[in-house]
Design a protein around this ligand. Structure first.
Ligand code: BGC
Length: 714
């Protein structure tokens, strides 16, 4: 008899329900409700897993109770939101996505897993895979941005990194793909709000990253808070059972999000916790995170005949199997026994990652800073805001160790550095603005550090007007009016709406939240010691009225045209974004030319379609790494297609004046769309392929190819 069968045959109903209960220990707070008496709950056998506790001693103490003081000694599983680093913080996911570097994505996840596992964490609630196209939604910070292909590759890299090929290994942890699904499409960008999408868009845009995570072997999936088409995800039979389990073949643990089972009552689809628990279990939710709905509701649902004990057994089996996969049964203390440290390497990686995620949005000749500058003013509320640098979801970050721009610049330059915050991030008094401006009048350059606090993105951080908060707009106007070359650095967990700053700054940088080495990495870019490589993984709008805003809109009958009012446009704002998806400058200047295809046609059903080649030349005088994107448009199809779809990207290292040829090998499925029954189908006809540095149409070279019907079998 297997360990799981043997345990299951001996468990009481209460012990079974206890295994399905995942509670917060309150070392960090990630949702509503007060502290629970976790030790007592564990002792009573009411808890199967704990989150929000870390550190070898704290974890071992709770584990000891589970192992030694409960009847069957079933160990706990310890979870935590390790999204972008643990003690060492790396750039937030939206920033990291912009490195377009799956190798880096995997390495930072691997490093985070090593650190978190040493702190007793068996399971991370990451990667967060919500495609997000609305900068009002604060959780855009946590995920891969607006594109499903980026989301898929991000998912694979992160699952590989966290799990390290063997989730039971002592330096790995299990990955939880979340939040399944489509929370990024929340109405009006408001967190937790309802989502209503067509099946096609769900399948083409929001589900692919989750399918990729499942294919890569993630051990858990978290069901989202939101409803989709009227059904809350914690009770969504169609998406959890039919799609995730049956179609994608996922057999790991599905957990609810924080109190989402109990919230089925607030959604108005359950009358009480008994009802809620029955609905969630029937939909396939194995573990109830916080809220206690399973603990209270499942016994009642069983007594009322709403569920059978066999339904509970299925969920318990999965939870026990998760513990087995993570190696916890073999050694409940496997992740708390190791004390060695290798912080040095982590710090190097934090610096490399931070550098590779900085996006140079504008540069009017101001960067790199001239070596002749004698006096530089570092101004703004984010210039020396050490506690903000880790960004959202950094509960275990070592406080007080992040480098700020002020620290970084002081170390990087011989110029005299003067500093004034000018105003607070939010609210505050006007008094400092005049002082800061006065200071700026006597310097050679201003580094203006503006943006959001870390808590203004992430969960429960939607913003109706995602521009500069508080008095920062006034500060910026006043500093810019002083007439000194001003390099603006923006910290944020989302695209910010800053058209005037973009127009008037001598240079503009998106610094997101870059983690431990933020300031050092930014100073390296300012001083020209690192040539920026990152690009935008989400479009930056000119006006928040453009949201949702993304490059891949579906075609329409009247595409926007400046000359024709009866087209799809605004009376009071342009339709084009401030910065397109993929935008990002470097200190070099590169040029693409000579786009060609290995063939003008291919047969549907052939094993390979064709190759696309393009020459890329570095016309500048510094070495660079260029990202080249490949987009496609299906010109005539049975359904409306996006005006552009990302199909691949390539990164090319180029010395000054060097030319290389970039080659994209296009597999036949590149040309597929979800056909009848949403089965991938290639329809005969013409496709336009585009290659360029970002999604802005005027920057793209293009070529047409044709898919021919499969030749008749001879
Ligand atoms: C968030 C999840 C997170 C969970 C546990 C929830 O409020 O939506 O992303 O994993 O809390 O901290």
């Amino acid at each position: 008899m297997s360990r799981i069968d043997s345990l299951l045959s001996r468990m009481t109903l209460e012990e079974k329900v206890g295994q399905l209960n995942l509670v917060s220990a309150g070392q960090t707070v990630t949702g509503p409700s007060g502290a629970e008496d976790v030790a007592a709950g564990v002792r009573a056998g009411d808890i199967g897993g704990v989150f929000n506790v870390w550190g070898a001693d704290a974890v071992a103490a709770l584990q000891k109770i589970a192992v030694e003081e409960t009847r069957l000694g079933i160990p706990l599983v310890f979870g935590l939101d390790v999204l972008h680093g643990h003690a060492t913080t790396f750039p937030i996911p939206l920033a990291e996505a912009g490195s377009f570097d799956p190798g880096l994505w995997e390495r930072t996840a691997r490093a985070a897993a090593r650190e978190a596992a040493r702190d007793g964490i068996d399971l991370t609630f990451a990667p967060m895979l919500d495609v997000a196209r609305d900068p009002r939604w604060g959780r855009i910070a946590e995920g891969p941005g607006e594109d499903p292909l980026v989301g898929e590759r991000f998912a694979r890299a992160k699952v590989r990194g966290f799990q390290g090929g063997d989730p039971s290994s002592t330096d790995a942890m299990g990955a939880t793909a979340k939040h399944f699904c489509a929370g990024g499409a929340a109405q009006a960008g408001r967190d937790y709000a309802a989502v209503d999408l067509s099946e096609r868009i769900l399948r083409e845009i929001y589900l692919p990253p989750f399918r990729a995570a499942v294919e890569e072997g993630c051990v858990a999936v978290m069901a989202a808070f939101n409803s989709v088409a009227g059904v809350p995800m914690a009770a969504n039979v169609r998406l959890l059972r039919d799609c995730l389990r049956r179609e994608f073949g996922f057999d790991g643990v599905i957990m609810s999000d924080y109190a989402a089972v109990a919230e089925l009552v607030a959604h108005g689809v359950a009358a009480d916790l008994c009802d809620a628990a029955a609905l969630a279990l029937k939909a396939g939710v194995d573990m109830d995170m916080a809220g206690g709905a399973y603990l209270q509701g499942l016994p009642a649902a069983l007594a009322a005949g709403r569920i059978g004990e066999a339904d509970i057994d299925v969920a318990v089996r999965r939870v026990l199997a998760l513990k087995e996969k993570l190696g916890i049964f073999d050694d409940p203390y496997r992740r708390v026994g190791r004390r060695e440290r290798n912080a040095g390497d982590q710090r190097d990686l934090a610096l490399e990652a931070a550098r590779r995620c900085i996006v140079l949005l504008e540069n009017r000749g101001a960067l790199p800073l001239s070596r002749n500058l004698r006096r530089i003013a570092v101004v703004g509320p984010l210039a020396d805001a050490q506690d903000e640098m880790p960004g959202p979801w950094s509960g275990a970050a070592r406080v007080g160790r992040c480098a700020t721009v002020l620290d970084g610049l002081r170390a990087a330059t011989d110029a005299e550095i003067v500093h004034h915050a000018g105003c607070a991030i939010e609210g505050g008094e006007r008094g400092g603005i005049a002082e800061a401006v006065e200071m700026c009048r006597s310097v050679d350059a201003v580094i203006l550090c503006l943006g959001e606090s870390a808590g203004m993105s992430g969960e429960a951080a939607s913003r109706a007007s995602p521009g500069l908060p508080g008095l920062q707009g006034e500060l910026a106007e006043a500093v810019l009016a002083a007439g000194v070359a001003t390099i603006t650095i923006l910290f944020s967990g989302r695209p910010l709406v800053v058209p005037r700053l973009a127009e008037r700054s001598s240079a503009l940088i998106a610094a997101w939240f870059l983690g431990d080495e933020a300031g050092t990495a930014l100073a390296d870019v300012l001083a020209g010691r690192f040539n920026p490589v990152a690009r935008l993984a989400a479009t930056w709008p000119r006006d928040i009225g453009q949201a949702p805003v993304y490059y891949g809109a579906l075609a329409c009958g009247r595409p926007p045209s400046a000359d024709d009012p009866f087209t799809s446009r605004y009376l009071d704002a342009p339709t084009d974004p401030l910065f397109a998806f993929g935008h990002g400058l470097s200190f070099a200047r590169t040029r693409l030319s000579n786009l060609r295809a290995s063939a003008g046609t291919f047969h549907i059903g052939a094993p390979v379609a064709l190759d696309l080649l393009v020459d890329i030349m570095n016309e500048g005088n510094v070495a660079t790494q260029e990202t080249t994107f490949l987009f496609m448009r299906d010109l005539v199809a049975s359904v409306v297609r996006p005006v552009l779809e990302l199909k691949d990207w390539a990164k090319t290292d180029l010395e000054p004046m060097e030319t290389k040829t970039v080659r994209f090998a296009l597999a036949p499925d590149t040309f597929a769309l979800p056909g009848a029954g949403f089965v991938p189908t290639i329809e005969p006809g013409e496709f336009e392929l585009f290659v360029g540095p970002n999604a802005e149409r005027t920057r793209l070279l293009s070529i047409r190819v044709r898919a021919l019907p499969a030749p008749p079998l001879s």
